[in-house]
Design a protein around this ligand. Structure first.
Ligand code: SAM
Length: 258
């Protein structure tokens, strides 16, 4: 049946995602730099700066949930920003990911940076579609960076984000998107479909996982379509719903829970 087919396809996708991220966990940070020429760092810096994490206007520390947090790139930037810009050493981040291998790399980094002895960061195995251990209306800021396109049932992840956020809480997503400049798109398509799998093979010894990553970018909805999905999940879009970075190579979508 149609539904039978869907289920098989979905479980294949979930299995594939787990396999991909277990095999890339140890080389993930190096590969990110190599594939994006380090630009992912600038996007992530901008993403975090634009959210200005730290004490909210009522003076309370924030509860932040970074979903598909992987090795903690966003979580560490959040804590750093809260401390340096907002003099806030109490705001805390839960780094949640479906893959324990990715989280373990994050824990290593937390240990190196002296965060493990504080209660400012915690690592949790969680599926974005359910977020079982996160109570309703408990989070001030939900982020998901380069994670949503890997989620099998994206509307379920958006519903879970809506459930865990407090009223007035912010949903923010950073993800690859559709390049909006035609000549750049031609180069980008060639680069991503030939160079990235080759780099995966040479640097990480894993061509297939990087082939999957490239395909998952191609299959992700357009900027407008995803902004519409965020709205349909019950959020108020911020501005037109998205902001393009580097001619749409990546975009940021933001929504507020009414
Ligand atoms: N947020 C990090 C960053 O920006 O560098 C990591 C992004 S990495 C490309 C994607 C992450 O999504 C992986 O760590 C993977 O395990 C996680 N992931 C995939 N499907 C997930 C799901 N359903 N729930 C939670 N995490 C998921």
């Amino acid at each position: 049946t149609h539904f039978g087919f869907q289920t098989v396809k979905e479980s294949l996708k979930a299995g594939k995602v787990a396999e991909v991220f277990s095999s890339v966990a140890s080389s993930y940070d190096v590969m990110n730099d190599a594939m994006s020429f380090g630009i992912h760092r600038l996007w992530k810096d901008y993403f975090v700066r634009s959210l200005n994490p730290g004490r909210n206007p009522g003076g309370q520390p924030m509860s932040i949930l970074d979903v598909a947090g992987g090795t903690g790139d966003i979580a560490f930037r959040m804590l750093d920003h809260a401390e340096k810009i907002n003099a806030d050493r109490e705001t805390s981040v839960i780094c949640a990911d479906i893959n324990a291998d990715m989280l373990r790399e994050g824990e290593k980094r937390a240990l190196e940076q002296g965060y493990m002895s504080t209660n400012r960061i915690s690592f949790r195995v969680e599926n974005a579609e359910t977020l079982d251990s996160v109570p309703d209306n408990s989070i001030d800021l939900y982020t998901i960076s380069f994670g949503i396109r890997n989620v099998t049932r994206i509307p379920m992840a958006l519903a879970a984000a809506h459930r865990v956020l407090k009223p007035g809480g912010v949903f923010a997503c950073l993800e690859f998107s559709k390049v909006s400049l035609a000549p750049l798109d031609t180069i980008y398509q060639q680069y991503s479909f030939s160079v990235i799998p080759l780099m995966g093979q040479l640097i990480a010894g894993d061509r297939d996982s990087y082939q999957y990553l490239v395909e998952s970018i191609k299959n992700f909805p357009s900027q407008e379509q995803f902004a519409q999905m965020v709205k349909e999940a019950g959020f108020m879009n911020v501005g037109k719903g998205y902001e393009e970075l580097t001619f749409g190579v990546a975009s940021i979508w933001k929504g507020v829970k009414p």
